[in-house]
Design a protein around this ligand. Structure first.
Ligand code: ADP
Length: 616
């Protein structure tokens, strides 16, 4: 029998769960079993008690009554305890599972993580689990499936026993009973299957776009309550009405979705109750017939009635759990793929190492002293796209050299830096460090060669010192020296917490301007003290005087290092030994300012476009 794909996904998720908590699965299996035992123990002892009473065996009846009470008490105590443990474990699991996803995301290679839509899919998945239920709910469904399965097996064995193994008093009555039994079962199974089908159709045809709308509601709440920059734009451009109308629109869709689901569920429940009543009615008839014919005792009547009732409850539960498992695995499959140890794991965790057959322990050590990095016919295409954004690039960067990279927007400058720093892996060609393919070095060590300030740098909700040093335990003196060098000493000294104040903290005056934030990001690069210092247009928020100073200071501070500047301010090219001109993913020219003015049309055009302002 072929196992449906959603069960395979469900089992993969359970396997992952087992690596997070060893207790949760055994606990739930035990709970499933005890729940079934609890349901049947009552019927079993009650049947004996009734029969003994009818037979006049009062002491036996008392004994079994005591057993009934004790078993009930014991089992409910056990179930209570297990439920408590299982709930605590499930809550922990929900958080641990999320943490596991985040941990893994932090280890991913950058090019996989930056693949368009990838993080969006993970976030959508997380958002849906918050609303519709996550891994804990999946386990709950499997538990229900298990206990209902047990219940059905026991009920089935009991019905077979009632129909075939009990003394045959009247063969014709037995045949009628068997036919009636088959009829009742077919009715129950078919009606439930039909209801289940209707349920899936309802689910699929439910208000379109509700997931998008739920995300939209969340997004606009964040914009309104948590994002000062967004609010400034909303006020400035009088966008309140637009934002409110979007909010209302998404809110209406979500409300319609919930109302629609509620109504459909109500109708469905009514239909299910009706079918269950019909089933019970005929079941009672069947058991009664068996009792009248003398095949079963009055006491057994109670037990069989219980078995039939349990069957009627368990069967829809199985279908519902099956439906829920399909629904949950649908949005959680992304996590199964993401966390599955065997799937792409090596590639995910250590993008660089994976392409390299060399064992981790045999990785080459980054050489001390001079470093010469060379691109050999490197082309690059972002994952999920089919166009090269870099084409056959041959360029090298040597120790102590200062280079500027210029080119129009989209020429591929930032991508080239990403490849140089080891954030991306070439699609074609290769990169060497002192003649050795960089794939052969320890990737983390290789990345330590670089300090790069990107245009879209991020400062985090950490202290100023932590933001600069990127550690908790940092050299305060050195951090302050750098703060001094980037011209922020006075500013930081004026905040009550100084270097220890939270960047987005309670202290007054921690609202840094865009230019100050850029300086802090540059300070972070200086603190890292790497051998390659790169500025990728991080100075757009600085005034021209500050910008010029930053470039000059940066050049001074990185005198003995390799410096690479990407800047639209062409005057920064004058600080460099050579300029690399890029166009449409290709390096078109390399040379000094004077040479390029003569030989590169693009460079002279870019230079002249700005030079007229300088002259003026
Ligand atoms: P520059 O720094 O010269 O402005 P980039 O290197 O940022 O150029 O971009 C080069 C090209 O790569 C552009 O066409 C851009 O749209 C594309 N690009 C940049 N990042 C991605 C990405 N993560 N996924 C797909 N395409 C990208």
């Amino acid at each position: 029998m072929k196992i449906p794909k959603y069960y395979k996904t469900g089992f993969r998720l359970l396997k992952i769960t087992n690596t997070i908590s060893k207790r949760i699965l055994p606990l739930n299996i035990l709970l499933g079993l005890t729940n079934t035992a609890f349901q049947y123990a009552g019927y079993f002892f009650l049947a004996i008690v009734i029969d003994r009473l009818i037979e006049g065996k009062y002491s036996d009846a008392t004994f079994f009554s005591a057993l009934l009470i004790i078993s009930n008490l014991l089992l409910s105590l056990i179930i209570n305890k297990l439920n408590k443990y299982a709930t605590v474990e499930a809550n922990l699991l929900f958080t641990d599972f999320k943490t596991r996803v985040r941990d893994k995301a932090l280890l991913l290679s950058y090019d996989r993580l930056s693949k368009p839509g990838f993080t969006g899919e993970i976030l959508d998945g997380e958002f849906t689990t918050e609303i519709e239920g996550g891994i804990d709910y999946l386990i709950e469904c499997f538990k229900t499936l298990l206990s209902s399965g047990f219940s059905i097996i026991v009920a089935f064995i009991m019905s077979v026993q009632m129909l075939f193994l009990r003394g045959v008093k009247s063969p014709s009555e037995q045949i009628v009973s068997i036919i009636l039994y088959i009829g009742i079962m077919v009715f129950l199974i078919l009606s439930n299957m039909l209801l289940r089908k209707k349920n899936s159709i309802n689910q699929e045809s439910s208000v379109e776009g509700h997931e998008r709308a739920e995300r939209g509601v969340g997004y606009f709440s964040n914009v309104i309550y948590g994002d000062a920059d967004a609010l400034r734009n909303i006020k400035m451009y009088d966008m309140q009405e637009l934002v409110w109308s979007k909010c209302r629109h998404f809110h209406e869709i979500t409300m319609r979705y919930f109302a629609d689901s509620y109504n459909k569920r109500k109708k469905q429940n009514l239909a299910a109750d009706f079918c269950a009543d019909v089933y019970i009615f005929f079941s009672v008839g069947l058991i009664f017939m068996r009792m009248l014919s003398g095949a079963i005792t009055i006491g057994a009547f109670t037990a069989y009635y219980g078995a039939f009732t349990q069957f009627s409850k368990a069967f829809p539960k199985i279908l519902q759990s099956d439906f829920d498992i399909k629904r949950i695995t649908d949005y959680m499959e992304i996590f199964a793929d993401f966390l599955d140890e065997n799937k792409q794991d090596k590639e995910d965790m250590q993008g660089y190492e994976s392409k390299n057959s060399t064992d981790d322990k045999c990785k080459k050590v980054i050489p001390d002293g001079d470093c010469n990095i060379e691109f050999h016919d490197v082309s690059y295409r972002y994952p999920g796209t089919d166009k090269n954004v870099l084409e056959h690039v041959n360029v090298s960067f040597s120790t102590g050299e200062k280079s500027a990279i210029v080119g129009l927007n989209g020429a591929g400058k930032t991508t080239l830096i990403g490849l140089l720093c080891g954030l991306y892996r070439p699609s074609e060609g290769y990169i060497t460090l002192n003649g050795v393919n960089i794939l052969e070095y320890d990737h983390d060590e290789y990345m330590k060669l670089f300090s790069c300030v990107f245009q879209d740098f991020r400062l985090f909700d950490l202290t100023v010192g932590e933001n600069i040093s990127c550690t908790e335990d940092y050299d305060r003196k050195r951090a302050l020296k750098i703060i001094n060098a980037i011209g922020l000493r006075k500013r930081i000294d004026n905040i009550s917490g100084g270097i220890e104040s939270d960047f987005i903290g309670e202290e007054e005056n921690t609202d840094f301007s865009g230019g100050e934030k850029q300086k802090l990001a540059i300070g972070r690069a200086i603190f890292r003290n790497a051998r390659f210092m790169i500025l990728d247009e991080p100075t757009s928020a600085l005034d021209p005087v500050s910008e010029e100073k930053v470039y000059e200071d940066f050049a001074k501070m990185t005198e003995d290092k390799t410096g690479i500047f990407i800047s639209h301010r062409m005057s920064s090219c004058l600080l460099c030994d050579r300029i690399i001109v890029m166009k449409n993913g290709k390096v078109t020219d390399i040379g000094c300012h004077k040479d390029l003015l003569e030989k590169s049309k693009l460079y002279s055009k870019m230079w002249n476009a700005q030079a007229k302002y300088y002259v003026a």
